[in-house]
Design a protein around this ligand. Structure first.
Ligand code: URA
Length: 239
C-alpha cells in the first residue's frame, strides 16, 4: 500500500506539494472515482489512478538508456563538472537514478541508468557474461597480432590480466571491441598494451541492446519491457 501523493510523485514526476494540490483540485481519480485526500492509501499494483484523465502507470523500478556525450562525468553529482544526471529533467532526476557502470569523461555512447541495484549488479558483473561493444578510433595501425593478443587475454601494463576479448578490425585505425568485464579505463588500457592510443571511444551496445541508429548525443529514453529482455537474452520477447 502507498499514499496517493507519493504514487503521483513516482508515476507522474510531481513533487509532493504538486501532487497534494492536484488531488485537492479534483484532478485525480482512483478506480474512476474522484478523490480529494492526498494521504489516501492505495494498492500500487492493482488500483487504477488517473491525473487529468491520463492513466499513471506504476513501475517499481526505472530504467533509462542514454547516449552519453563526451565531456560529461558518469556520476550523479559533481561540484564543478556536468554529470550524466544533469542531462535529465528534474522530475526524472528525483527518481533516484544512478549510472550502471561508468564511461570515461571522453567516452561517448550507451549508458544505462536505473534505481535498481540488483539490475545494475547483474549488468556489470563479469559473471553475467553480458558483453559490451565499443568502437575505437586509434592512432597507428591495428594488426592481426593485436587481434590475437585480445583473444588470448591481454596482460595490461600494470600486470592485470583481462578476460579474452574480441578485436575486429574495421579499417586499420578503427576497431569494434567486445569485452565482458568493466575494469577502470579497460579498453584504453588494452589498446595501450598493444601500443595504440585511443582517439575516440564510443560504446554501441550492452548485451543485445544497441544504441538506436538515429540517436543523438545527450538523447535518452526509458527502456521498454522488450529492451530489458533484449539486454539479457539478446532477442525479442515472444509477442
Ligand atoms: N573502457 C575505457 O577505457 N573507457 C570507457 O569509458 C569504457 C571502457
Amino acid at each position: 500500500m502507498m499514499r496517493l501523493d507519493r504514487y503521483l510523485c513516482e508515476t507522474a514526476g510531481l513533487t509532493r506539494s504538486q501532487a497534494g494540490k492536484a488531488v485537492r483540485a479534483g484532478r485525480v481519480t482512483v478506480n474512476a472515482i474522484a478523490v480529494r485526500k492526498p494521504d489516501q492509501k492505495l494498492d500500487e499494483q492493482a488500483d487504477r489512478v488517473t491525473l487529468d484523465g491520463s492513466v499513471c502507470v506504476y513501475r517499481r523500478h526505472r530504467y533509462y538508456l542514454l547516449d552519453k556525450p563526451t565531456g560529461v562525468l558518469t556520476a550523479t553529482e559533481d561540484r564543478t563538472q556536468p554529470t550524466v544526471l544533469d542531462l535529465f529533467p528534474a522530475e526524472i532526476r528525483r527518481q533516484g537514478l544512478f549510472p550502471v557502470g561508468r564511461l570515461d569523461k571522453d567516452t561517448s555512447g550507451l549508458l544505462l541508468l536505473t534505481d535498481d541495484g540488483d539490475f545494475a549488479h547483474r549488468v556489470i558483473s563479469p559473471k553475467s557474461g553480458i558483453k559490451k561493444v565499443y568502437l575505437a578510433q586509434v592512432e597507428g595501425k591495428l594488426t592481426q597480432d593485436d587481434v590475437c593478443a585480445f583473444a588470448n587475454g591481454l596482460v595490461l601494463r600494470d600486470g592485470l590480466r583481462c578476460l579474452p576479448a574480441e578485436l575486429e578490425i574495421i579499417n586499420p585505425s578503427l576497431a569494434r571491441i567486445t569485452v565482458q568485464e568493466g575494469k577502470y579505463h579497460q579498453v584504453r588500457r588494452m589498446l595501450a598494451a598493444c601500443g595504440k592510443t585511443v582517439l575516440t571511444l564510443r560504446r554501441i551496445s550492452i548485451g543485445g541492446l544497441c544504441l538506436d541508429s538515429d540517436t543523438k548525443a545527450g538523447h535518452f529514453r526509458e527502456l521498454t519491457e522488450n529492451d530489458l529482455c533484449i539486454l539479457f537474452n539478446g532477442s525479442l520477447l515472444e509477442k
